[in-house]
Design a protein around this ligand. Structure first.
Ligand code: RIB
Length: 314
């Protein structure tokens, strides 16, 4: 990991997540629908989600002290999301409530092959503004690791990464969802850039399906200034190109029977961040995140699928 790691792998490190909170409306269907098609599903559930919330819950269940900077609406979904974070022991003092926008939602379809398709409606997540980041400088300063995604406004993500860099904290950016290339001035602010294969393809302009494709993408993204790049490849594992390495490594994942891949990437990132914050070596943090994510895909839902630290094998 970066030289900022604390050399104490037994203490709980601090992770602050800047990100989204969504109520996930999840339908299970035999397959993903075609454009214009109506499909009969066979199950429905409403569960807490959002990439930010999922990563916060993952980091908390997997061993970190976690604080969340985000925004929910003044509605039932918002109250449910906030209380579910509090039930995980997550510090919600920097969780705002919008008086104008409803809580974010995600419409998720999971097919019988365990793949998903997701549409998000940002709602109150759009009100996680740079000003809210500026007001939480103390919380950011206390974090060992700061984690961001792209379900909050771009200027907010940049402000959080810049604060992390200025304060000497370790920064993680999960560029999800990725709609286009990242601004060039973000890369030097990022210690760990962690896209999945689709996102890495969007960021580099070249589709990715194999570890070799991921290797090329990781080199391209590191050349832009990210200190470390980890491309997640679902069941194929991850490709990690770390600071000081001339070439990276493909690290396969544990083999499991997947039932729902929703929040697998979030679990990897939360587990990785928690382990880094405890002062573990980067390679150990990656392997820990992979084992946690492998467990998550054997269970349904976003936050309900995320394992606790004592379930993840050593
Ligand atoms: O990464 C999974 C998450 O993406 C879901 O929980 C959904 O809310 C969307 O943000």
């Amino acid at each position: 990991m970066t030289d900022k790691a604390k050399p104490n792998p037994t203490s709980r490190g601090r992770v602050t997540v800047v990100g989204s909170l969504n109520m996930d409306l999840v339908a299970r269907a035999p397959r993903l629908p075609l454009p214009g098609e109506t499909l009969a599903g066979h199950a429905f559930a409403q569960v807490p989600g959002g990439k930010g919330g999922n990563q916060a819950v993952a980091a908390a269940r997997l061993g970190a002290q976690v604080a969340m900077i985000g925004c929910v609406g003044n509605d039932t979904n918002g109250a449910t999301l906030k209380s579910s974070l509090e039930a995980e022991g997550i510090d919600c003092t920097a969780l705002a409530t919008s008086e104008h926008a409803p809580t974010g939602v995600a419409l998720i379809i999971v097919d019988d092959a365990s793949q998903n398709a997701i549409v998000i409606v940002a709602g109150s997540n759009a009100e996680v503004t740079p000003e809210r980041i500026g007001a939480q400088e103390d919380m950011l300063a206390q974090a060992d690791v700061i984690v961001c995604q792209l379900e909050t406004p771009a200027e907010t993500v940049r402000a959080a990464l810049a604060a992390g860099r200025r304060l000497g904290r370790t920064t993680i950016l999960n560029p999800a969802p990725a709609a286009s290339a990242l601004p060039a001035d973000w890369f030097p602010l990022v210690d760990y850039l962690i896209p999945n294969e689709l996102e890495a393809g969007t960021l580099t302009g070249a589709p990715i399906s194999t570890p070799d494709d991921a290797r090329r993408a990781a080199h391209a993204l590191k050349a832009k200034g990210a200190r470390n790049v980890i491309v997640t490849l679902g069941g194929q594992g991850v490709y990690a190109l770390l600071h000081g390495d001339d070439d990276g490594r493909h690290l396969p994942s544990p083999k499991v029977e997947a039932v729902d891949t929703t929040a697998a990437g979030d679990t990897f990132i939360g587990g990785f961040a928690a382990e880094l914050a405890r002062g573990s070596a980067v390679a150990d943090a990656i392997a820990f995140g992979q084992r946690a994510a492998a467990l998550a895909v054997t269970r349904e839902g976003a936050q309900p699928s995320i394992p606790h630290r004592n379930e993840v094998s050593k």
